[in-house]
Design a protein around this ligand. Sequence first.
Ligand code: NAP
Ligand code: F7E
Length: 326
Amino acid sequence: MSKKTALITGITGQDGSYLAEYLLEQGYKVYGMVRRSSVEKFDRIDHLIGDIELVQGDLLDQLSLISLMEKIRPDEVYNLAAQSFVPTSWAQPTLTAEFTAVGVIRVLEAIRLVDRSIRFYQASSSEMFGKVRETPQTEMTPFYPRSPYGVAKVFGHYITVNYRESYGIYACSGILFNHESPRRGLEFVTRKVTDGVARIKLGKQDELRLGNLDAQRDWGYAGDYVKAMWLMLQQPQPDDYVIATGKAHSVRELVDIAFKHVGLDWKKYVKIDKAYLRPAEVDLLIGDCSKARKVLGWEPTVSFEEMICMMVDADLKLLSEEDKGG
Ligand code: NAP
Ligand code: F7E
């Protein structure tokens, strides 16, 4: 049998890098879409260069997406590219809508025009549940987004469902709850904390400024979550799935675990800074992934505490290597 081919948008992001590794392990030919930049920064995928093929394209540019579908003729497309940082979506709402909402139609239109048999995965988000209508959240829970990002993701979700129902495209939406790793961007709260703890431990920083410590999230490990994306595209019928651990933790617990891991008391170092409060907050998210467990046979393998300790250790190592000029 010939190798399956996948195209990943957002390959330079956290999830893109783990998904590329996973698909290579499954024997895929992997193409990654990157946008043109004056500085090429591929830190998360440097180790994969040579095994994957990078191709230029942009979610803002319809023609680039059509050309890529024609050139590559992928079996599967994973649409992970987005403006994914919630606070930026208030600062740049129109751009967020262009990338995170309209960008999804552009990829789907390219598939519709070039080859409707291409399978499509959309990176939907628990942020769509926002001010939650029920707990825990399932595939049937109504959406109530609380940020321009969440609103844009609701659009991406429903346009995916609509192209499945209108054109018979094998299109799936994965409603993924927060997932983290040592490759998480430094602006997200888990990595901000683990990087901050490592800096404080190494004497490079003396405080950590955070916003709302009461917010609760269902945090999982990114390496587990990319397997669910792949599983969704291997089923007889396309469908939508919640991917979560079913356990919620507060930002305060996150901070406590991370500082304790290096033998420090967080209360001496954490300062509350109103600059990190959001215009509208999502207080508590907790997912019910029973459908994914049953249909996909998927389950999370890394606990919250294990993941935070893994991230602190990785940041300590990274900063120590930087010191040695490594
Ligand atoms: P991430 O690290 O922020 O990566 C985002 C990716 O999108 C980067 O590769 C970025 O490329 C690319 N991108 C942004 N705008 C683009 C454009 N106009 N054209 C082409 N590429 C563009 O995000 P992530 O954490 O890996 O998340 C992956 C996806 O899952 C996102 O859609 C996110 O919204 C969604 N999601 C994430 C989570 C989570 O907890 N991580 C949960 C639910 C859903 P550059 O390197 O060029 O900036
Ligand atoms: O915030 C609180 C903040 O930015 C988590 C994205 O991947 O997951 C992510 O969105 C919570 C919020 O992630 C700080 O108020 C407190 O309640 O790490 P975050 P997020 O907004 O949940 C979803 C599923 C996505 O789809 C998104 O793409 O932590 N918090 N203090 C803080 N958050 C940040 N960033 N920084 C703080 O100082």
